[in-house]
Ligand binder design. Structure first.
Ligand SMILES: Cc1ncc(COP(=O)(O)O)c(C=O)c1O
Length: 369
């Protein structure tokens, strides 16, 4: 049976724009450096050109181009997590997170021995009072969050909410690890928290959700150049987190030539079309999504269990996610499903899958009334 994969939040492929841009960038990288110059050694925190490109890329969200010394080129956000969480939150200490958090954080908590502590959320993400209570009770060293299109709920903070989070972070001396990976598709967003509190923010902007997941590139902006070196090099003698030189060089070319922006525009346009297909088909469900979001979060009636619904939908040929992987140890999972809408190969396939989800949801609800 054909399976339509809807459990991932990959961006849609836009080969008409991506392929020529990527080829040109690859050729540009190969004419800029000889192969031995390019891959003969690690690129450490990135070459000067890579870091400058990263500064320009992150500067689009930060509102000003950060000093190049603060920018580190990494092999994707998860690699950056390994360095930051191991370094900023030592074993036995607490890390404040959203009450439903990106699952790799929970894996790394076990690996490094820190304790994730969830702060309650509303439709704007973490509630400042809940964060403050958590700071008093657990004294976390840092806060990891998504201020835009939170995974899995799609909650997005207003400017006022971002400012309130900064106030709490300053009061309790929290480092802020802000993952802004979903922020390049929506338009007219408030600035990231890192722009409001650069002195304590570790800003992460990966390309996986906009340009291509397989590039494995994420730019990190540290509070200062010295702190960047402390966490990434030469303080920590590990190289697994460094980007592959060819990918860093291609990414630099894409940013410098405007190719990155053209690809992002094409992805954004495709997502507008996909949202226009998805939203009318889900009106009978309690769904949440936002312009530019790569997924939809559907809260289920209390009579419906997410696992049972997901399993029926799977039998009908579509894979989706539930809240389970996002839940902190000891907490109960809300009954909800996460449906990725960027990964389906075509709009027709997307529509087919969403219809299966909507029909299954309606059947389940009726059967359990
Ligand atoms: C919140 C969040 N951060 C990061 C990533 C992936 O980042 P990378 O591929 O750069 O490691 C994902 C992908 O699912 C994600 O949802």
């Amino acid at each position: 049976m054909k399976i339509i994969e809807m459990s991932r939040t990959h961006p849609p492929l836009v080969p008409a724009v991506f392929d020529p841009e990527y080829r040109t960038a690859m050729e540009g990288a190969l004419s800029r450096y000889t192969p031995s110059e390019m891959v003969g050694a690690h690129r450490w925190m990135g070459t000067e050109e890579d870091r400058r490109a990263g500064a320009v890329f992150t500067g689009c969200r930060l509102g000003a181009i950060p000093d190049v010394g603060r920018v580190v080129v990494t092999n994707g956000t998860q690699s950056a997590f390994n360095m930051l969480l191991g370094g900023l939150v030592r074993a036995g200490n607490a890390l404040a997170v959203e009450s439903l958090t990106y699952p790799p954080i929970l894996v790394l908590a076990k690996r490094f021995g820190f304790v994730p502590k969830g702060a309650r959320m509303d439709d704007e993400g973490i509630i400042p009072e809940a964060l403050e209570d958590l700071c008093r009770s657990d004294r976390p060293k840092a806060l990891y969050l998504l201020s835009t299109l939170q995974n899995p709920t799609t909650a997005t903070m207003s400017l006022a909410r971002r400012q309130q989070i900064v106030e709490v972070a300053r009061k309790y001396d929290l480092q802020i690890i802000e993952d802004d990976i979903y922020s390049l598709l929506p338009e007219a967003l408030p600035p990231p928290i890192a722009a409001l509190a650069p002195e304590r923010s570790w800003y992460m902007l990966g390309v996986a959700k906009t340009i291509a997941a397989g590039m494995k590139i994420a730019y990190v902006v540290a509070p200062t150049a010295a702190r960047a070196e402390e966490q990434f090099w030469p303080g920590v003698r590990a190289t697994f987190w460094m980007s592959a030189p060819i990918s860093a060089a291609v990414s630099t070319q894409l940013i410098e030539t405007g190719g990155a922006e053209r690809i992002i525009c094409a992805v954004r346009q495709e997502m507008v079309a996909r949202h226009n297909i998805v939203r009318p088909l889900l009106t009978e469900t309690d769904f949440e999504t936002k312009d530019g979001a790569l997924h939809v979060w559907i809260r289920l009636p209390h009579t419906v269990t997410a696992a049972a619904l997901a399993s029926l939908i799977r039998e009908r040929g579509v894979t989706i996610g539930t809240a389970d992987p996002y839940v902190l140890p000891g907490e109960a999972a809300p009954q909800a499903i996460r449906v990725g809408i960027g990964h389906a190969k075509s709009r027709t396939e997307l529509e087919e899958a969403i219809r299966i989800i909507a029909v299954s949801h309606a059947e389940f609800r009726k059967a359990r009334q």
